[in-house]
Design a protein around this ligand. Structure first.
Ligand code: GCB
Length: 606
């Protein structure tokens, strides 16, 4: 079931109910030991003739393979999931064992668990993220498939779930084609696997399927909720924010939707990076109670300013991937891992902002940003060479965007939805990204929409002039540009100060990326060589100096907090499979440039 705005905006398969953001209902965590088995030729999906794989190959079947082979000498099975190796989920298979490090394709995962379904309740299997395609089976029956490696999804399993032992099998396929998102070539490790929690969520027969509670730009607390189930039409709902003494009663319409607005109580303390105040919020509907912790703030654009709670703000940030500190990360973001990363931004760099690149990050991360007080740029993986003229790719992108926004609309920290990264201008691309920008505005009228763009450069007289005039800009609230002068270009660092930045649009600009690589511990007394800490530090000094001269610059997220895995970075001495533009190494050793940025933020944007 979808909120009305989404129905208008999305002519694609609906996002499943339990995606309701802030779902803190009772659930059974299915993390832990799962069996896994590789299937490079997708035998367990389609057999060698392309049809039903046949009993001997059907990994999702409930047959006790060992017993069947013992009891019947003619029985032939070419798998046995219960005797396959095990791994701890959530995690990427890259770290299951050394032979899995560069595996791409289909991997089967299976475990059993005990359930106690009761009459009148509903159950859903909810997946935080499965990269890239998921095929889900419960007790041998398909319950659904999902595309997209970084968004949350759920399937209802009421009726299929049995009292006692149950078997769940997930076929995870990490292969991506040119029409997928992201396409195959990225500058990061996409980490195949079940990388976020799998949970069994139980709800009453009628439950709050979607809820969005926020402060509107005109100072009201607004609630939109959707009930699902037999009692949805005309169902009674109550919103409560006890710390504000606020309760609001209402009734759903015939479609199960409820909308209400009230003036914000005068006692409301607004959320900001300095005062990240969160309130306990509940919506009660019959037997169901939806709970979340939500902050209230406004974010808007006026001329070329970004206004937080009505006051101009500079977004002093850094970009980061969803990859924990460590020599061998597996992409399993625990609250501790999220806190470790974001504390480096907040306390280490004195930042107030993060770009969560290049896909929707774990809810663990966005909740931690709420709690610690960091504004967030969130994006979907529309990255580099996308099949912009393919209608199916657009449908996938719109669905992903809807999944991202519906999960995280209650996350106060999120200030910006971004619809693309470094996508070359063309008519097809402009139309594709404008559609996404329109969708983002329709799904969420309380946040800003942007995209990381490329910028043109011309020589005028002696000066290098950068003009931010991408044809997408009219569809965006905030302009953003990635710039790597002096790293990917032969520019001398000493020339950056003379660069002139212009735009025909009166809108705020963010430098969504700039950066230079350095291997932690690599030193160069001449300061001239790339990959030395000295060069990277000087690059930051020169770029920050250039940035200070851009009159309409309202924020920045240099690339990037820490070194991250990237299969396309294979310099044997400096990279070894890591993108080295981190201000810290993969294990958290700070490079010289870390202090350059930290001092800059402390001095210019305290
Ligand atoms: C970019 C990309 C980012 C890369 C970075 C780099 O522009 O957006 O994903 O990792 O440059 O290091 O080249």
């Amino acid at each position: 079931m979808l909120a009305p705005a989404l129905v208008e905006a999305q002519p694609v398969a609906p996002v499943h109910p339990v995606l309701a953001s802030g779902d803190l209902r009772t659930n059974l965590d299915l993390s832990g030991q799962w069996h896994y088995s590789i299937d490079p030729y997708r035998d367990g999906m389609a057999g060698f003739h392309g049809g039903d794989p046949g009993l001997g190959h059907r990994r999702y079947d409930t047959t006790d393979v060992a017993a069947a082979m013992r009891d019947d000498p003619a029985a032939l099975y070419e798998y046995d999931m219960t005797r396959a190796p095990t791994a701890t989920l959530p995690s990427s298979w890259l770290t299951h064992d050394a032979t899995m490090r560069h595996y791409r394709g289909l991997v089967w995962y299976q475990r059993s668990f005990t359930a106690d379904p009761r009459p009148g309740e509903r159950q859903f299997l909810r997946f935080g993220a499965v990269n890239y395609r998921a095929h889900v089976y419960l007790n041998g029956k398909s319950v659904g498939a999902h595309e997209g490696g970084f968004t949350t999804f759920a399937f209802e399993v009421t009726g299929l779930l049995k009292p006692g032992a149950n078997q769940i099998t997930v076929g995870v396929d990490s292969d991506r084609s040119d029409t997928d998102l992201p396409p195959p070539v990225t500058d990061w490790e996409t980490y195949g696997g079940i990388t976020r929690a799998v949970t069994l969520v139980t709800t009453p027969a009628t439950y709050v399927d979607d809820a969005w509670v926020r402060l509107t730009r005109d100072g009201r607390i607004a609630v939109d909720a959707v009930l699902d189930g037999k009692g949805a039409a005309g169902g009674a709902l109550t919103l409560a924010i006890p710390a504000l003494g606020l309760t609001l009663d209402g009734k759903a319409d015939a479609a199960g939707h409820w909308t209400a607005r009230v003036p914000a109580p005068v006692a409301l303390e607004r959320w900001s990076p300095d005062t990240p105040r969160l309130y306990d919020v509940t919506i009660t509907a019959g037997a169901d109670v939806w709970k979340d912790r939500i902050g209230f703030r406004t974010i808007a654009v006026e001329g070329d300013q970004i206004l937080l709670n009505g006051k101009p703000v500079f977004l002093a940030g850094i970009a980061l991937h969803e990859e924990e500190f460590g020599a061998n990360p597996t992409r399993a973001i625990t609250p501790q891992a999220a806190r470790a990363l974001l504390t480096e931004v907040k306390q280490g760099l004195h930042g107030n902002y993060v770009r969560l690149a290049h896909y929707p990050h774990s809810e663990v991360m966005t909740r931690m940003a709420d709690e610690l007080g960091l504004l967030v740029w969130s994006e979907i993986p529309i990255y580099w060479r996308v099949a912009f003229d393919n209608p199916q790719t657009l449908a996938t992108a719109r669905h992903m965007l809807a999944e991202e926004i519906l999960r995280d609309r209650n996350r106060t920290a999120i200030a910006i939805w971004s619809v693309g990264n470094e996508t070359p201008v063309s008519a097809a691309r402009n139309a594709f990204l404008s559609t996404l920008a329109k969708d983002a505005h329709a799904l969420d009228d309380t946040r800003l929409v942007s995209a990381a763009l490329l910028v043109g450069r011309k020589q005028e007289g002696g000066a290098s002039v950068f003009t931010v005039d991408d044809p997408l800009i009219p569809a965006l609230d905030v302009m953003a540009v990635n710039a790597y002068n002096g790293w990917y270009t032969p520019d001398k660092l000493s020339d950056l100060a003379s660069f002139v930045w212009r735009s025909p649009y009166e809108k705020p600009l963010i430098l969504s990326e700039f950066g230079a690589g350095a291997l932690a511990g690599e030193h160069d007394a001449t300061r001239a060589h790339k990959f030395s800490e000295e060069f990277q530090a000087d690059y930051y000094r020169a770029t920050l100096d250039m940035a200070s001269r851009i009159p309409f610059l309202r924020g920045m997220s240099p690339w990037v907090l820490k070194d991250f895995r990237s299969p396309r970075r294979q310099h044997p001495v400096y990279q070894q499979g890591w993108n080295r533009k981190g201000l810290e190494s993969e294990t958290g050793a700070r490079k010289q440039a870390f202090d350059v940025l930290a001092d800059y933020y402390a001095q210019h944007h305290p």
